[in-house]
Design a protein around this ligand. Structure first.
Ligand code: GDP
Ligand code: MG
Length: 176
């Protein structure tokens, strides 16, 4: 877990969930403070890193993006290997993406042990007008499954950093 040259910690975090829920944009918002209105598969980009400070320590979050593999239900075991944190994302304006969460949790459980820090993320909370999944539904699923829960908007930045930071802090607390 210890990194090199001043970076004391390196945590691999995976972002999973159905296609078009906003995984790539959550990552680009977090790592580069950028948003992309055109959904396009980010071919070739495996992960981005962002350094955050926790209790005065530099923690390097290496956040992995599926690069569109999820469309073919072919997220590989290499993707999950070594992950210590996971954001499991749905789109609050599309119920079907929420209904897929259990399948994503099953997949996560197959590849990673139960100590992985997990955050259930209801993304696109800016789309209140066409909300299809209530905050309560999200919360109660998270409670049932023992996950952190947050609603985010990669579009207007709501809670994006917080979502990653809660996961990173939880991992940090478990290793330090
Ligand atoms: P991915 O397939 O899960 O990686 O999803 P993308 O990040 O490619 O986003 C899919 C689509 O949703 C794109 O058109 C994005 O512009 C849009 N999108 C992503 N995040 C948000 C958000 O927080 N709010 C809104 N309104 N749209 C979003
Ligand atoms: Mg993507």
């Amino acid at each position: 877990m210890a990194g090199e040259e001043g970076e004391e910690y390196l945590f691999k975090i995976v972002v999973i969930g159905d296609s078009a829920v906003g995984k790539s944009n959550l990552l680009s918002r977090f790592a580069r403070d950028e948003f992309d209105h055109n959904s396009k598969a980010t071919i070739g980009v495996e992960f981005q890193t962002q350094v955050v400070e926790i209790d005065g320590k530099e923690v390097k979050a290496q956040v992995w993006d599926t690069a569109g593999q999820e469309r073919f239900r072919a997220v590989t075991s290499a993707y999950y290997r070594g992950a210590v944190g996971a954001l499991i994302v749905y789109d609050i304006s599309r119920k079907t993406t929420f209904e897929s969460i259990k399948r994503w949790l099953d997949e996560l459980n197959t590849h990673c042990d139960t100590t992985v820090a997990r955050m259930l993320v209801g993304n696109k909370c800016d789309l209140e007008d066409i909300r299809d999944v209530s905050m309560e539904e999200g919360k109660s699923l998270a409670e049932e499954e023992g996950l952190f829960f947050i609603e985010t908007s990669a579009l207007n930045s709501t809670n994006v950093n917080t979502a990653f930071e809660i996961v990173i802090r939880d991992i940090y607390n478990n290793v330090s």
